[in-house]
Design a protein around this ligand. Structure first.
Ligand code: G1P
Length: 286
């Protein structure tokens, strides 16, 4: 079985739900406490043993690449002032470990992943959607890689979602359950509650076999007129093992304003440096 060495980060989205914050700044640079969303996703990938990060970007997204580059002037100034550079740890990746490719038009998540096909090549790969901020020990993707080493094939991260919210998620038709793993018998993108095969939703973490790229070549449109990753994955079922993994992690939906503010509070409350002040403030305003 080939190891999962590469991860695709679809980061071309316009972030219209966060305007005006995202007018001149990528939404993946929105900060939770003191680091941008993209950094949480990249750190999670590094922890899972990923060596090659592939950003699928768009226009106005150069801040994402700069964030992981050497900031010569900043670092020289900090050194000159005797300041520690530890705070920049994990924003400086080994040379060559980030590559980027552009998605020229917003044609859907499936299309974004397909844009990375040449960089992915003929090996299994992970997909991480930075909007879903996952907090777990070990991290979400590391838990998925451990499961992958047992069952191989394709694995999506799953979570029970409220019945009335199925139209916001890819939804699984579940088969046999074995602990945290559920056999995937079918997948449908954003079904209405009355049409949903279950409440088991896909969270933005995937381990996929390269054959999905061949299916995406057809550029078939699905829900919302977009080329959907869920539809392409559904076509792998039967040919390759396919599982959902319910991880032991907290999920924060940072694609949504309420979820984003909650994420800031939840993560701040886990941080020794700021938790006491934030807790006192919350008690004050309660
Ligand atoms: C995407 C996927 C969907 C998945 C979701 C997880 O939707 O298409 O299947 O459940 O991410 O966050 P989006 O949230 O981009 O509309």
């Amino acid at each position: 079985m080939k190891r999962v060495r590469k991860a695709v980060f679809p980061v071309a989205g316009l972030g219209t739900r966060f305007l005006p914050a995202t007018k001149a700044m990528p939404k993946e640079m929105l900060t939770v406490v003191d680091r941008p969303l993209i950094q949480y996703a990249v750190e999670e990938a590094l922890e899972a043993g990923i060596e090659q990060m592939i950003f699928v970007t768009g226009r106005n997204k150069t801040a994402l690449e700069d964030h992981f580059d050497v900031a010569y002037e900043l670092e020289a100034t900090m050194r000159g002032r005797g300041k520690s550079l530890a705070v920049l740890e994990s924003t400086r990746l080994p040379a060559g470990s980030i590559a980027s490719v552009r998605q020229q038009e917003p044609l859907g998540l499936g299309h974004a992943v397909w844009c990375a096909r040449e960089l992915v090549g003929d090996e299994p790969f992970a997909v991480l959607l930075p909007d879903d901020l996952m907090v777990g020990t070990p991290g979400c993707l590391a838990q998925m890689v451990a499961a992958y080493e047992q069952v191989g094939g394709n694995i999506v991260c799953t979570e029970e979602v409220p019945h009335e919210r199925t139209a916001s998620y890819g939804i699984v038709t579940p088969g046999v359950r074995d602990g945290r793993l559920t056999e995937v018998r079918g997948l449908v993108e954003k079904p209405k509650p009355e049409e949903a095969p279950s409440n088991l939703g896909i969270v933005g973490r995937y381990i996929l076999q390269p054959e999905v790229m061949g299916i995406l070549d057809a550029k078939e449109k699905g829900a919302g007129g977009e080329i959907q990753l869920t539809d392409a994955m559904a076509k792998l079922i039967g040919d390759q093992p396919f599982h959902g993994l319910t991880v032991d992690a907290e999920r924060h939906d940072c694609g949504d304003k309420v979820g984003f503010v909650k994420a800031n509070l939840a993560l701040a409350l886990k941080r020794d440096d700021v938790a006491p002040a934030i807790r006192a403030f919350l008690q004050d305003i309660a």
